[in-house]
Design a protein around this ligand. Sequence first.
Ligand code: MV4
Length: 454
Amino acid sequence: MIQKILIANRGEIALRIVRACRELGIKTLAVYSEADVQSLHVQLADEAICIGGNKSSESYLRADRIISAAEIADVDAIHPGYGFLSENAKFAEQCESCNIKFIGPKSKSIRMMGDKSIAKDTVRKAGVPIVPGSDGPVETEAEAVKIARKIGYPVIIKAVAGGGGRGMRIAHNDVSFAKEYHVARGEAEKAFGNGTVYLEKYIERPRHIEFQILADAHGKTLHLGERDCSVQRRHQKLIEESPSPFLTPDLRKKMGKAAIKASEAAEYENAGTIEFLVDAKGNFYFIEMNTRIQVEHPVTEEVTGIDIVKQQIQIANGEKIEFDQGDIKFEKHAIECRINAEDPSRNFAPSPGTIGLYYAPGGLGVRVDSHAYSGYTIPPYYDSMIGKLICYGPTRKAALERSYRALSEYLIRGIKTTIPLHRAIMADPVFIEGKATTAYMEDFLGRTAADLFS
Ligand code: MV4
């Protein structure tokens, strides 16, 4: 039985995990860097241990120190949150071998899905559609250019160790391909210590639609519907919503079934996400699997009423999921806006510093997941997300109106945030009509005067 959990993360997700543990009667241990002493997750956990200096590489990425803390405090399990060590197969393995439950999938599934080329091959064999491309990694430039021609330009070059958009290059002809191929390999080698790349047909203006999966250790795999994450900038999602305004009931059913097949092919356990690209005609293609809890999980929680973090803990504890696919009702519409300490009118420059006054919106259909408070200092060492606003209602229109209202209620003094940008998007006809693809943000920023979102 899990009685005490170490939370190997910080910020809003650490707080989210503390909250789930409290409701389950499970004790919590926070670990923190020197920069996070005054952080809310440290104050709200039952115990806290400082694991090192400001930099992630000296604290939240130090598997050795985190496992030492786990042993000192005698925890039963570690929840990795997202980012940091959450998709590190070695760390999951170390937990397994120290007899500490890793709240996530088996290290084998993390490893398999962590290699994006193996992931594609695995789900393809299970009958899930993938983007046409190279049959596995490409080894030489000569071989690669032959395959690129066969696929037909434009092609996208992706790192097998990549994911989330890092280390991708697009080529439109043989000449640019030769250049981009080498750039992609160099970038991948530098970023991941692995320069191996594969090729795909480049899908123009796709939608990014992902399915939330829950799978227990007793062979039950369910999906909790989709999230449309098409509104992103430089591979950072800004807005996520469920249901997707683009999917028809028929397409949703097909994609949900494919997502479950993909998860089962990875012998997946716990919460995970199957990412698809969807083109204008409604063709969908698996691109990758995320083997962790995601930032945008609350959107699904509000639509389904299922507490995904609690489910993660119960699944890690060996319990069965107590409901079936047919029991899951998708009755609401939810929209999440990521509130970042960034200045959208200055090319999203980070805006760390001390928050003077902090007042978050509330009322019917409003959820705020945030570790921020009046007087909190945002350290410059980590990502800039200081919270998430999730608004929901019976219809998309209700969720949109509520989002606009809630965004107008926020008071955050002393730093710049993405709040004014979100307000402008909630009032933008293209977004309101549900027409946003992954090309949306670039287009929006190009046609909107900066004073409308600063
Ligand atoms: C693609 C694609 C088009 N065609 N793959 C970006 C995030 C990562 N999970 C997958 N991504 C993409 N993969 C194929 N075959 C378009 C994206 C993509 C993108 C690519 C380049 C620049 C910006 C982008 C924004 C969203 C999605």
